[in-house]
Design a binder for this molecule. Sequence first.
Ligand SMILES: Cc1cc2nc3c(=O)[nH]c(=O)nc-3n(C[C@H](O)[C@H](O)[C@H](O)COP(=O)(O)OP(=O)(O)OC[C@H]3O[C@@H](n4cnc5c(N)ncnc54)[C@H](O)[C@@H]3O)c2cc1C
Length: 287
Amino acid sequence: MDMVQPTVWAEALEVRAERPDLLPIAGGTDVMVDLNFDRSRPAGLLDLSRVEELATWSVDDGVVRIGAGVTYAQVESDLAELTPGLAMASRTVGSPQIRNRGTVAGNLGSASPAGDAHPPLLAAGAVIEVESVRGSRLIRADEFFVGVKRNALEPDELIRAVHVPVTGGPQQFAKIGTRNAMVIAVASFGLALHPATRRVGTGIGSAAPTPRGAPAAEEQLAGELDWDGRAPVGADVVRRFGELVADAADPIDDVRGSAAYRRHALAVLAARTATWAWDEYRAEEAS
Ligand SMILES: Cc1cc2nc3c(=O)[nH]c(=O)nc-3n(C[C@H](O)[C@H](O)[C@H](O)COP(=O)(O)OP(=O)(O)OC[C@H]3O[C@@H](n4cnc5c(N)ncnc54)[C@H](O)[C@@H]3O)c2cc1C
């Protein structure tokens, strides 16, 4: 098996263009499982872990640019304030070993409907920066997932970074699994309040062929919240929000849970996270 290990980004793009038969590998926490179980037999690997710039992040004009090599552990330690929803989700991924190797870009590369980074990225309105020798383009997170474990990358493209807007409001992430750690989500939900634009962002995980938002629910909750007066949110409002989130899902029955359970769980997660986020927003003013 060929192993190509570029140390600079331009070289990585050239190799990607010349050798589309090489499978990109970042932390390897998905790739190596597939190789070990013989689910994938690529001609070789394009190892991106030696491209140093990918492991860095920066903030510019209210947007956090997270390099494709940034791990969950880095997100937890460095970005808890700037991207709180993604940091919450990162804390739930696998074990410390997985979080030390696994990357947000690798999650996007695998594009699993159950990927934990996806709901907070959708809720925050993230954009994926992808590049090839032909040039670079930005893809909205809600246009990035195109099918079960399929994303919008062209064969010669690589993910360079993820751009996550700083929403300036509370964010939440909640996940249901069969146990507390090392678990694939049965259902998950990300929520972000965008106070400056009076918007609510959502992300549904593990309950549709792709991660997706719940636009009708976003509109309903944003219209009901008392953004200026910060009055408490009514139980009926968050219950309705939960129903609309569940309506936006398209779950299946599988070994991890039934479609009916997933819908129910999502409604509960959505109502709870909306209450937590709004309470936090109200407390910010009081403090
Ligand atoms: C024990 C265990 C527990 C896990 N728990 C969770 C969990 O709780 N939640 C969760 O969401 N996931 C979990 N995972 C899955 C995995 O850790 C994540 O999907 C992780 O984000 C993958 O990142 P990586 O850097 O290891 O990707 P890799 O395995 O290196 O790559 C994954 C995919 O992305 C592609 N890729 C990587 N980088 C790029 C790039 N820059 N451009 C284009 N394509 C790229 C690869 O070709 C491959 O298709 C778990 C895995 C294991 C083994």
